[in-house]
Ligand binder design. Structure first.
Ligand code: TXA
Ligand code: MG
Length: 344
């Protein structure tokens, strides 16, 4: 299959581009498109065969449900049995935006492979002009996970999508680099107080200001049995090829780690804030100013992917403060490292 890349910028006739994407989707095909978080791989959420193509292209386990994207907040009334007041308040405050709400789905609304057989569905309205225009023109709900091969870091550019899925999908809409760089916050609103299943750009603090108490589980203690509601959490994620180790952002600790790796004649890539520039690592990828976590989030996946372009034997990543979007960064790093910390 040839993958067609269509660039959506201000110079081209956008309608021609969107019509081609709409046509593909209506024909039961998948299309990759940018959102404000990461690129998604979309199919019409009521089309079981089209949705099956998402799982196939990604190599995604079929028990991991997909997020359904809508072009207007009002749309969700058609898809769910009820919208609790707290969910409504969060939609008002954060949509369009990086918040996915888990709600009880009306039976037989979506293809069964979208929800992986669950009675609930994850819904979000993305805050990106390309995604919104596509959803508006299509006027149907779109199931879309991140447009990466399963297990790899999510794509934040069209090039990342191409690298992973070239030849496996028919079309990519290239809208440039995504803004946030980490996937949406996933929150279960079928229980009260709501529970954050996956931290993201909408932080626990932001939600507490709107609806009061929200539960923020300690992700380090999450295991399959304790979190049956977050099927995606049990899989390896966001991982480059070389093993990733977490380390405290301590100059001496990092220095010792690099020395001991070099003693073993191995090469090391370091992802860390700017103040680690002078380290002896063989490759250095800057996470920017340690106080500006939004910028770290924006570049994180591109850096993890760039590690695959090096010959590093070991990847060291310093952990951020866990406040605000730092909670989401920490969560993704922990998965990339499969929970492993460096011990010199
Ligand atoms: O920002 C995002 O959310 C991106 C863009 C493309 O919108 N999408 C994304 O999708 O990250 P994906 O499939 O990579 O992650 C979806 C997560 C998974 O962890 C999945 O288990 C969870 O949401 N999820 C989806 N439906 C669910 C449900 N009904 N109950 C519990 N968790 C659900
Ligand atoms: Mg994903």
């Amino acid at each position: 299959m040839k993958t067609k890349k269509l660039i959506v910028d201000n110079n081209v006739n956008k309608n021609v581009v969107y019509s081609q994407a709409v046509e593909k989707l209506n024909a039961g095909e998948v299309v990759a498109f940018p959102t404000e978080t990461v690129y998604g791989l979309g199919a019409i959420a009521t089309d079981e065969k089209a949705v099956a193509k998402i799982f196939e292209a990604k190599g995604r386990p079929s028990d991991n449900p997909l997020i359904v994207h809508v072009g207007a907040a009002n749309d969700i009334e058609k898809y769910v049995t009820s919208v609790p007041d707290k969910a409504q308040a969060c939609i008002k405050a954060f949509w369009p935006g990086p918040l996915t709400l888990i709600l009880n789905a009306k039976p037989n609304t979506f293809a069964s492979n979208v929800t992986a057989g669950l009675s609930t569905v994850g819904l979000r309205m993305p805050d990106h002009p390309v995604a919104l225009e596509l959803l508006k023109m299509l006027n149907k709900p779109v199931a879309a996970p991140s447009a990466n091969r399963s297990g790899k870091p999510s794509p934040t550019t069209a090039l990342h999508v191409e690298k992973d899925l070239e030849g496996r999908i028919p079309m990519i809409l290239d809208g440039g680099a995504t803004g946030i760089g980490l996937e949406s916050t996933v929150v279960d609103f079928t229980i009260d107080p709501p529970v954050i299943l996956r931290p993201g750009g909408v932080t626990a603090q932001m939600m507490r200001e709107v609806i009061g108490e929200v539960i923020e589980p300690d992700t380090t203690k999450m295991d399959e049995a304790s979190v049956p509601r977050a099927p995606g959490m049990k899989y390896a994620h966001y991982a480059p090829d070389a093993p990733v180790y977490l380390i405290n952002p301590d100059v001496d600790e990092v220095k010792n780690a690099i020395e001991s790796i070099h003693m073993k004649q191995q090469k090391v890539a370091l992802l860390a804030p700017d103040n680690f520039q002078q380290s002896e690592a063989d490759w250095f990828f800057s996470l920017g100013d340690s106080k500006k976590l939004e910028a770290s989030a924006h570049y994180l996946y591109a850096h993890l992917r760039a590690c695959d372009e090096t010959t590093a034997d070991v990847i060291l990543v310093t952990v951020p403060e866990r406040t605000g979007v730092g909670a989401a960064i920490f969560n993704r790093l922990e998965k990339a490292a499969d929970g492993n910390w460096w011990y010199s």
